[in-house]
Design a protein around this ligand. Structure first.
Ligand SMILES: Cc1cc2nc3c(=O)[nH]c(=O)nc-3n(C[C@H](O)[C@H](O)[C@H](O)COP(=O)(O)O)c2cc1C
Length: 340
């Protein structure tokens, strides 16, 4: 089932969230081959983008098969956000999103990310500036349910302002900034936002299974479901959720040990091709954790991966790990404790 956001028809109502240092091109290519429809780049700073920072430019790398694709901006200066949004528009991304969720101290102390929840008037100026700078494509915002206030009222108020400014959708992560990643996402608060506006609302937080997705939709009435950490090391999740929600499947597809090995090795190969061996070796320290969390004997493998910069050696260690797993090894548990 698709999801209409402004002029853009998304192929599925299950989408992948922006994940800093995770939702890079290799992550997206692996996921797209296995059913991911719409995805976000990692967030990029408006300031770095407008200053033509080379690292930020590299973060925007994409390919024709990596579509449809949204870009997300973080910043709080309306003029700079508009300038950055115009750059992203020109580069051809399909949707431009704004980050009102990042809880990291350094970001919040700059007045950016979730800090904008405390300053609705400035946030609305940013919305209007970005909307005015982007031609004929959807502009959206992703926010936490509040800064300190757990009621969801802050997000509902912000969503009303987003709608008034001409934005096309809002996403709500059902936690406050103060919570960071603790506790459970509050799907009732997402419902409060849904009832406050007519534009589509995507619900986000703690969805790992089709049952979770169904419960989030039933509890909140949200139009789409955004997956965050559940996609890490689990590129099969999107099809499982889509088919679980539609009734096309009653039990999730669980990839075999051989398929998980091949997928992780493909992820490594794509990391090498698009980011280079050095960055690939460093990134594999995290990526192997995603794919092997909860599996027996994973510690020795991780220690070996972390102690080399040689990608051939990493591939050998990873292959050996999976080859030694029993064929009926359980699926890895999703590392929901991983935080930004
Ligand atoms: C490592 C990491 C990086 C993240 N980066 C971003 C980001 O760049 N932009 C954003 O809006 N949210 C970011 N988030 C928040 C997630 O997109 C998502 O809202 C949050 O993890 C809750 O969803 P989940 O329970 O499905 O993971 C990040 C979260 C994590 C764990």
């Amino acid at each position: 089932m698709g999801l209409q956001i402004g002029s853009l028809l998304l192929p599925s109502r299950i989408v992948q969230s922006p994940l800093a240092a995770c939702s890079d091109l290799p992550f997206r290519l692996v996921a797209r081959e296995r059913g991911l429809g719409f995805c976000f780049l990692e967030m990029v700073s408006a300031q770095s983008l407008t200053r033509e920072n080379a690292k930020t430019r590299r973060m925007l790398a994409t390919l024709p098969e990596d579509r449809p694709l949204g870009a997300q901006l973080i910043g709080c200066d309306p003029g700079m956000m508009a300038e950055a949004a115009a750059i992203l528009d020109e580069l051809g991304f399909d949707l431009i999103d704004m980050n009102l969720g990042c809880p990291v101290k350094k970001v919040v102390s700059n007045g950016e990310g979730s800090a904008l929840l405390k300053n609705p008037a400035l946030a609305e100026k940013v919305f209007r500036a970005v909307r005015g700078a982007v031609k004929n494509k959807p502009v959206t915002v992703k926010m936490r349910k509040g800064f300190n206030d757990p009621s969801g009222d802050e997000a509902a108020e912000m969503a009303r302002r987003a709608e008034a400014a001409g934005l096309d959708a809002v996403t709500v992560h059902g936690r406050t900034q103060a919570q960071q990643y603790a506790g459970h996402a509050d799907w009732e608060a997402i419902g409060k936002v849904k009832r406050a506006v007519k534009i589509p609302v995507l619900g986000n937080g703690d969805v790992l299974t089709a049952q979770d997705a169904r419960q989030l939709i039933e509890t909140s009435g949200c139009d789409g479901v955004m997956i965050g950490r559940g996609g890490l090391g689990n590129p099969w999740i999107y099809r499982n959720l889509e088919e679980g929600l539609s009734g096309a499947r009653t039990a999730p597809y669980i990839p075999s040990v051989a398929e998980r090995k091949a997928t992780l090795l493909q992820h490594l190969a794509l990391q090498r091709r698009y980011l280079g061996d050095r960055q690939a070796a460093l990134n594999m320290r995290r990526i192997t954790v995603w794919y092997t969390q909860g599996l027996p004997y994973n510690k020795a493998m991780r220690v070996a991966v972390c102690s080399t910069m040689d990608c051939e050696e990493i591939a050998r260690v990873v292959a050996e790990f999976f080859d030694n797993l029993p064929a009926d090894a359980p699926p890895p548990t999703v590392p929901l404790l991983l935080t930004e």
